[in-house]
Design a protein around this ligand. Structure first.
Ligand code: PMT
Length: 402
């Protein structure tokens, strides 16, 4: 059966030359059985008339917050939608959405919905590569919005470069995937669960200005926390870095392994703990109280082991399902198997942090889930949010079996 059959999709069209391609996307969605409601910005109507969309879609095109009897059309559209597809998305629409602005019907509907959103940027290369646009796109991605990256090709005015709207096939594939993920998340299989997640790299002071640290950005741990909250869990995130986060998640900022241990242990018991943080294994034995002066002499810093939080939780009995990560660069699976046993976890998520586009700071990751039951699941290179989904699917299976 078509993934679009019977699904209600708001096709949000903003004003760029690529608006004419949204007509084809609209037609294909309707052909695939979707109920399509077009929403056009004023600028979109300068490129394609609303009659074209009204004729092809399942309902007439909507143009304004104030055009008919419904006093809250954005809320009605947002609530009824299974998916919102912004195609094409201009730099203005992307920026407004990232900033939470609701300046027209399209913007207000995006803010008023809990449905999955797919954004398909299209603009000139200079605009697409502008740091402000890239920051906004990253922010949307971190919030769980699917961004279908534009392609290289012919642009308005005869220019050629990156920024051309993705092909209809790529847009429809992303929309189908977002619908499937939305349906999965809407099962809200973690309602009533208390979930603790750790994220980011700890910083162990050498002196007041220097530390022993690592390259963890916190992206993977944040993705787990956001996914758990989307599934209905009450989530606490103990992190060393601040990133965008839904308000429902309690954020506890810490710096060192000892602080992370205290913040985590203080919040037990928990139904699920996911230790995605890169916790330092060693810390300076005696951090200097004042900044260490340069003398020109070689220096040795003495290190002592930090508390092993995961291992402590593994033998404490206050955690329903305990998930650790393993960051490896050699003998990846063998080392991770050893950690699974040594730390008493129910699941270890192993990433080869030397692999391209995986591990520290990337937006993507590639992992193997090693369960204490002996099960192994490979998650090929994908977004950190998808990795989070796979991890929590495994948690659900573990909980169902115990
Ligand atoms: O943050 P990102 O930039 O998105 O990168 C993600 C990541 C690479 C940090 C993440 O995917 C990851 O692998 N996290 C675990 C990093 C790590 O510390 O791995 P480890 O193999 O050294 O530790 C194994 C497990 O023990 C981890 O769950 C760790 O949180 C935990 N641990 C480690 C040491 C310690 N003293 N206490 C612990 O609890």
């Amino acid at each position: 059966m078509s993934p679009f059959a019977g699904r209600r999709i708001v096709l949000a069209v903003s004003g760029g030359i690529a608006a004419y391609k949204a007509v084809e996307v609209c037609r294909r969605l309707v052909d695939a059985g979707a109920h399509v409601v077009p929403v056009l910005t004023e600028a979109a109507r300068r490129f394609v008339g609303e009659i074209t969309f009204s004729a092809l879609a399942s309902e007439r095109a909507r143009l304004s917050l104030f055009e008919d009897d419904d006093p809250i059309p954005h809320v009605t559209l947002g609530r009824q939608a299974d998916l919102i597809l912004v195609c094409p998305a201009t730099a203005r629409v992307i920026g407004s959405y990232a900033a939470g602005l609701s300046e027209d019907l399209l913007g207000a509907t995006l803010i008023a919905t809990r449905a999955p959103v797919v954004v398909c940027p299209a603009m000139h290369t200079e605009m697409w590569e502008h740091p402000a646009v890239q920051d906004n796109v990253r922010l949307l991605d971190e919030r769980g919005v699917t961004v279908v990256a534009p392609e290289e090709g012919r642009l308005a005015g005869g220019d050629v470069g990156a920024g051309r709207l993705a092909a209809p096939e790529s847009i429809l594939a992303a929309a189908a995937e977002a619908l499937a993920a939305g349906a999965q998340a809407s099962t809200r299989d973690m309602v009533g669960l208390r979930v603790l997640v750790t994220a980011g790299g700890t910083r162990e002071p050498i002196d007041p200005v220097r530390f022993v640290g690592n390259r963890s950005s916190g992206k993977q741990g944040y993705a787990v926390a956001i996914e758990a909250a989307a599934r209905g869990a009450k989530v606490t995130l103990v992190a060393t870095v601040r990133r965008p986060l839904p308000e429902s998640i309690e954020l506890v900022l810490v710096e060192t392994a000892e602080e992370m241990r205290a913040a985590t242990v203080d919040r037990l018991p928990a139904d699920v703990v996911v230790m995605a943080a890169a916790v330092a294994d060693y810390r300076p034995t005696a951090p200097a109280l004042d900044k260490i002066k340069k003398t020109g002499e070689a220096r040795t810093i003495s290190l002592e082991p930090t508390p092993d939080i995961l291992a402590e939780l593994g033998c404490g009995g206050e955690v329903g399902t305990l998930v650790g990560f393993a960051a490896e660069t050699s003998d990846v699976l063998a080392n991770a198997e050893a950690k699974l046993r040594a730390k008493g976890a129910d699941l270890i998520v192993v990433n080869d942090v030397s692999a391209p586009s995986a591990g520290f700071d990337h937006d993507t990751n590639e992992v193997v889930l090693l369960a204490a039951t002996g099960d192994r699941t490979t998650v090929p290179l994908t977004s950190k949010r998808d990795v989070a989904r796979a991890v929590l699917d495994h948690v659900a299976t573990h909980r169902a079996a115990h």
